[in-house]
Design a protein around this ligand. Structure first.
Ligand SMILES: [Zn+2]
Length: 298
């Protein structure tokens, strides 16, 4: 059979469209709050803050902007993990009916609960820099109250680095991060190909030069679209196992008691070391170390 050029093109296009229809492009979106445009203090970050109700709206709108942009570039399925504080911040009624939302805790993969190897990309929205960052807005790792540092295989690590490692374990690249200038710079240092949406310039722990919500949402929408368009260039961030986790506490007693557990070593006055077979072990260990109390109910 001979085809005209136009006929061949039509056939190729039809095949491509069919392949597209068959293979969903799934995007996993982990949403934190400190890196949402405008956030600078605890007043925006929890139910007792006078601006929290409005900033839940902005957090939700930035997540929706990421979905919107990704869809424009061909993404078809979305799982969104509400990953800040009580993990019940996102206004779920604002999301399209085909989106799945992960909320509540505890959960074994923490901020990455819901990801698996079927996803094409991971997005981090509203992220902040590591506890070891001297300037980032609300810079902390997991807990600003209790931890002074987290290291993975000897390297000081932000939540973004830890979560990129979880995505990498499943072979999923981090394609987009939004947050303040330092949060984006930390992720780019690990994953140079990542799309970054800087929605505010960090001035100090409690200060930033920020975009208004309309602009931050437009930027995230555009970067999300670019991230999916550039998916071929994105590589998963893979950390070779076993994975050594070091936690430096702000106090002595947690380090002392955690070292009672077999497999946990106290390496200095404030620091413990745990070695996991994979980042999944490390994530579960972190969940225990940060969340366990003997008076947990129910
Ligand atoms: Zn947070």
């Amino acid at each position: 059979m001979r085809l005209s050029l136009a006929g061949a093109c039509a056939l190729v296009l039809a095949c491509a469209m069919q392949a597209h229809a068959q293979r969903p492009v799934k995007v996993f979106i982990s949403v934190d709050m400190e890196g949402i445009g405008g956030v600078v203090t605890a007043e925006q970050l929890g139910p007792t803050g006078f601006e929290y109700a409005r900033f839940r709206e902005f957090m939700t709108a930035e997540a929706l902007a990421a979905i919107d942009g990704a869809r424009q570039a061909g993404a078809t399925q979305f799982v969104v993990a509400d990953s800040h504080g009580n993990e019940q911040n996102l206004l779920i009624e604002r999301f399209p009916a085909d989106v799945t939302i992960i909320r509540g805790s505890p959960r074994p993969l923490g901020m990455m609960e819901g990801i698996d190897s079927t996803f094409a990309a991971a997005f981090f929205i509203g992220y902040h820099s590591a506890t070891t960052n001297a300037r980032g807005v609300r810079a902390h790792t997991i807990s600003s109250a209790t931890l002074a540092a987290i290291r993975i295989n000897g390297r000081a690590t932000a939540e973004s680095g830890m979560n990129a490692t979880i995505a990498g374990y499943f072979g999923v690249p981090v394609a987009l991060i939004s947050g303040d200038s330092d949060a984006v710079a930390e992720m780019k240092a690990l994953v140079p190909s990542v799309e970054g949406a800087v929605v505010k310039r960090a001035i100090s722990f409690h200060a930033a030069a920020t975009m208004p919500p309309e602009a931050s949402q437009a930027l995230i929408r555009a970067r999300a679209r670019a991230a999916i368009e550039r998916l071929r260039e994105m590589q998963p961030f893979v950390v070779r196992a076993p994975i050594q986790l070091e936690l430096t506490y702000k106090n002595y007693t947690p380090a002392e008691m955690m070292a009672y557990l077999p497999g946990v070593e106290r390496i200095d006055s404030h620091t413990i070391r745990y070695t996991g077979r994979s980042i999944i072990d490390v994530s579960r260990f972190m969940g225990f170390a940060m969340g366990y109390r003997a008076d947990l109910t129910p």
